[in-house]
Design a protein around this ligand. Structure first.
Ligand SMILES: [Zn+2]
Length: 137
């Protein structure tokens, strides 16, 4: 969710993320729409507007995540939290290749791929264009 975030925090969040979405790794410079600074733990759920709780996010990831914190996987009754860029290592939970797909390695990865819609056809096409010119992964 977009929320009033002081400019200094926005700048720090973007710099720390090397101007990439911290969820799907899309580079900010190549996105038509402006990137967002996401509250990893949403304000609705008690998250603070502090650098430890902020993540640079592309519009698709930010919109699809909304204020959610996790989800249920298809055949399970246990809530699985989303990937947290402040606690988790991307390569531990996901992998990406020139096909444009982002595959999960863990349940946390699966929950994130599902709700953030990492593999929506438009997003796969965008990654296939960025991969050969070295802007991904
Ligand atoms: Zn993203």
């Amino acid at each position: 969710m977009s929320h009033k975030i002081p400019e200094a925090l926005r700048k720090t969040a973007f710099q720390r993320a090397f101007n990439r979405c911290e969820y799907c790794r899309l580079p900010a410079l190549d996105s038509y729409y402006g990137f967002h600074v996401d509250h990893i733990r949403s304000i609705k759920h008690g998250g603070a507007t502090s650098i430890e709780n902020l993540a640079c996010s592309c519009p698709d990831c930010n919109r699809n995540k909304g204020t959610d914190l996790g989800t249920f996987l298809d055949d399970d009754t246990e809530l699985v939290r989303f990937y947290n860029p402040r606690k988790d290592v991307w390569d531990d939970h996901f992998e990406m290749d020139e096909s444009g797909m982002i595959d999960h390695k863990t349940n946390i990865g699966a929950a994130t791929v599902k709700i953030f819609q990492f593999n929506h056809p438009d997003r796969i096409i965008e990654r296939r264009l960025l991969w050969p010119i070295g802007l991904l992964p």
